[in-house]
Design a protein around this ligand. Structure first.
Ligand code: HEM
Length: 153
């Protein structure tokens, strides 16, 4: 169970990142070219949000139940705060990702409520870009935080 959830969570990161790049460019183009808010750009925004919701669910399953590493952290939370890697997993990754997903969710709701198509694109572009940067920073790429495999087999 653990291996399956971790592997799915690991691979889904690439879908999140790909969709993130596509929605940032799509919404920017829609805004600047005054395109109608419909078709592929609108669908991609929905797919991006769906990928984030799935990642949140998988992350919560790992965090709250199936990850042996999290069990170890929770057995002595205070001590894990002194370890850089343990602190990343128990606080930084979760907080950063939940905030990032919340920002994308707020942006998605606000965008839909805008009066014009141009404003829908502009709102989605701004909020999704901020969410994307935060999510990117919190992925364990081993460059600015802890290292995990790029492609887990
Ligand atoms: C867009 C959001 C997220 C992305 C892109 C993401 C990405 C990742 C990646 C790439 C890993 C390393 C996987 C591996 O070792 O191969 C990981 C691990 C982990 N993530 Fe996330 N994550 C996200 C959201 C979350 C959330 C919201 C939570 C918790 C509520 C969470 C909890 C965890 C935990 C606990 C681990 C470590 C599991 C273990 O090693 O036992 N993640 N995440």
């Amino acid at each position: 169970m653990y291996e399956i959830v971790l592997t799915l969570h690991s691979w889904l990161r690439w879908i999140v990142l790909l969709l993130g790049i596509l929605v940032i460019f799509g919404n920017y183009k829609g805004w600047k070219a005054s395109l109608p808010y419909e078709g592929m750009n609108k669908k991609l925004n929905t797919y991006f949000m769906a990928s984030l919701h799935t990642q949140l669910l998988l992350g919560l399953i790992l965090y709250c139940g199936v990850s042996p590493m999290m069990h170890k952290i929770f057995s002595d939370f205070g001590a894990s705060m002194h370890d850089k890697e343990m602190r990343f997993w128990s606080v930084e990754h979760i907080m950063g990702m939940v905030i990032g997903i919340a920002i994308a969710q707020i942006g998605s709701i606000k965008s839909k409520r805008q009066a014009t198509d141009e404003l829908k694109y502009k709102t989605a572009f701004i909020w999704f870009t901020v969410a994307f940067i935060l999510i990117l920073l919190m992925i364990p790429f081993g460059i600015w935080n802890v290292e995990r495999p790029f492609f887990r087999m």
